[in-house]
Structure formats: structure tokens, C-alpha cells
Design a protein around this ligand. Structure first.
Ligand SMILES: C[S@@+](CC[C@H](N)C(=O)[O-])C[C@H]1O[C@@H](n2cnc3c(N)ncnc32)[C@H](O)[C@@H]1O
Length: 265
């Protein structure tokens, strides 16, 4: 049986990070192969559902922080399958004129994004590999939604752990940095081996069998990616420690992912 939301040609037997994350967040846009891999992921990192929730919560706080700092246009790289609290919903609730360009290379993420953005003329999705910044930037310019002479909020949330050293993460970030105006922001989160190294090694092993092998980075490596940006307080920290909205019980030592936001000089 073909489900109506399944794009033509998608290999339902090959698990993807987008669909695994959707499953961890309690979404319905995933296949048996994704769920099977997610169960292995959960064995390696029992806190995975909490980490997914914390990452999504960081995304929300980061967008609101950027809105507070005058950002009204967003480039969301590796945006994922739409779920609760999408960037355009958060941003347009704060300012209906806010514009969002989503970028993902996964078929289900793109198809579902197209569907929910059908009637929004201030948000769109581009199907590109975000490690090809020239193609992404050209498509973003063509969309007419982003004015590159004005500051942009570039979001790479929960995605850089899928960028291999061979893809040269520093080059990728530098290309986006150089394309945006001073006063633009980079909001970033990715898995690290500095927290729970054993669990991290387990996740890396599990994800080798997916479309998206993973590459954790140390705090020092992540800080190094912010060349040309001033990292705002509180720096590169575990997810729940990045400007929490209130007291919470989440254990930073088990948060798996570092988060940071920088402002382009
Ligand atoms: C874990 S999800 C994160 C979604 C969202 N940014 C969030 O934090 O809630 C990672 C997404 O990045 C996408 N992705 C991974 N590598 C990518 C690449 N090179 N280009 C575009 N998208 C990529 C995956 O398809 C997936 O949808």
C-alpha cells in the first residue's frame, strides 16, 4: 500500500535521520525501517527522546532570541520533517512578516514541508544538500524571500553531526557567513562526544546503517566553526543550559548535544 504522504521513489527500506527524529518526537512520518533503527538508537542512548525534545526546544528559544535581536528572515538548513513548533510558525507568530527559507535534502521532509507551506507566501522549502552552499544560496536568492543586504538568521540545528570532515564543515559555515550581512546570526546545535562518550560511540555505530552517518564534535571543534562570529552568552553549552526559560530538571550531562548562537561581526 502506498501512503498518501509518501513521495514517489522514496526508498522506505533505507532509514533516514529526518524520519528517525520524527519518530523520536512522536511524529507519524516514518517507516518500519526508521522505527527499527530508532529502537537501536534508543538502546545506545536511552535519553534520545529527551534529547530530541531538548533540541527542538533550543530551536524555539534560538528563533525567539533572534527575533528579539531584530532578525526577520531565516535560512533553516537541515530543517527536517515539519512537526510541532516549526520555525515559520514561531517567527510569524512574533511578526507575521517574518520570512523563512527551509532547506533539506530528504524526500519526506521536503514533500511534507511543501504541503504545509502551500498557502504561505513568506515561507518555502528548497531541496538541496546544505553542504553545497552555492546551490543553496542561489536558490534562496531566487525565492525572493531573503534580502541578503539585511541580517539573516542562519539555523543549523541538529544537522552538523551529519556533515563529515571530508565535506569540510568550516568551509560550509564560512560560505554562509560570507553571504550574509554583518549582524546576521548563526544558531547551531550538534552531537558531541564530550558528553556521554560511550553512548555517543553507540549512536555513531547505529547510524552507520542509515542514510546519515554521524560525526560528533568536541566543544573546541564546535567553537572553531564560529570563526567571524561572536558567540553570545552563555557560549557553547549542553542544550538545556542555553538561555533556559525557567528552571527545569533536564540533566545537562545527558543532553548529548551542544548548542550555541553567534553574531556575525
Ligand atoms: C535531526 S533533523 C533536525 C531538524 C530540525 N533542524 C530540528 O532541529 O528540529 C536533521 C535534518 O537535517 C537533514 N540533513 C542532514 N544532512 C543534510 C544535508 N547535507 N543537506 C540538507 N539536509 C540535511 C536531514 O534530512 C534531517 O531532516
Amino acid at each position: 500500500m502506498t501512503l498518501s504522504w509518501v513521495p514517489e521513489g522514496v526508498d522506505t527500506g533505507l532509514p533516514s535521520a529526518a524520519r528517525l527524529y520524527d519518530y523520536l518526537l512522536g511524529g507519524g512520518h516514518n517507516f518500519a525501517a526508521d522505527r527499527a533503527l530508532a529502537e537501536k538508537f534508543l538502546k545506545a542512548q536511552p535519553n534520545a527522546r529527551t534529547i530530541a525534545r531538548l533540541n527542538r526546544a533550543f530551536l524555539r528559544r534560538a528563533v525567539l532570541f533572534l527575533i528579539d535581536n531584530g532578525i526577520r528572515q531565516f535560512l533553516d538548513l537541515g530543517s527536517g520533517i515539519p512537526t510541532v513548533g516549526n520555525v515559520h510558525e514561531i517567527a510569524q507568530k512574533a511578526d507575521p512578516d517574518a520570512r523563512v527559507v527551509y532547506v533539506d535534502f530528504e524526500d519526506v521532509a521536503v514533500a511534507h514541508s511543501r504541503l504545509i507551506l502551500e498557502h504561505d507566501d513568506r515561507a518555502t522549502i528548497i531541496q538541496e544538500d546544505m553542504t553545497e552552499p552555492e546551490a543553496v544560496l542561489e536558490a534562496a536568492r531566487k525565492s525572493g524571500l531573503i534580502d541578503f543586504s539585511q541580517p539573516v538568521g542562519v539555523l543549523t540545528v541538529g544537522v552538523f553531526h551529519f556533515v563529515s570532515p571530508e565535506r569540510d564543515p568550516a568551509r560550509v559555515i564560512a560560505a554562509y557567513r560570507d553571504a550574509v550581512a554583518p549582524g546576521s546570526y548563526l544558531a547551531f546545535s550538534q552531537f558531541t562526544q564530550d558528553l556521554q562518550p560511550e553512548e555517543m560511540a553507540g549512536i555513531v555505530e547505529v547510524m552507520k546503517k542509515s542514510m546519515n552517518p554521524m560525526y560528533p564534535r568536541t566543544k573546541a571543534e564546535i567553537s572553531g566553526l564560529f570563526s567571524g562570529f561572536d558567540i553570545v552568552e552563555p557560549g557553547v553549552v549542553p542544550l538545556p543550559l542555553w538561555r533556559p526559560e525557567g528552571p527545569n530538571d533536564d540533566d545537562p550531562a545527558k543532553a548529548g548535544i551542544f548548542a550555541a548562537v553567534g553574531r556575525k561581526r
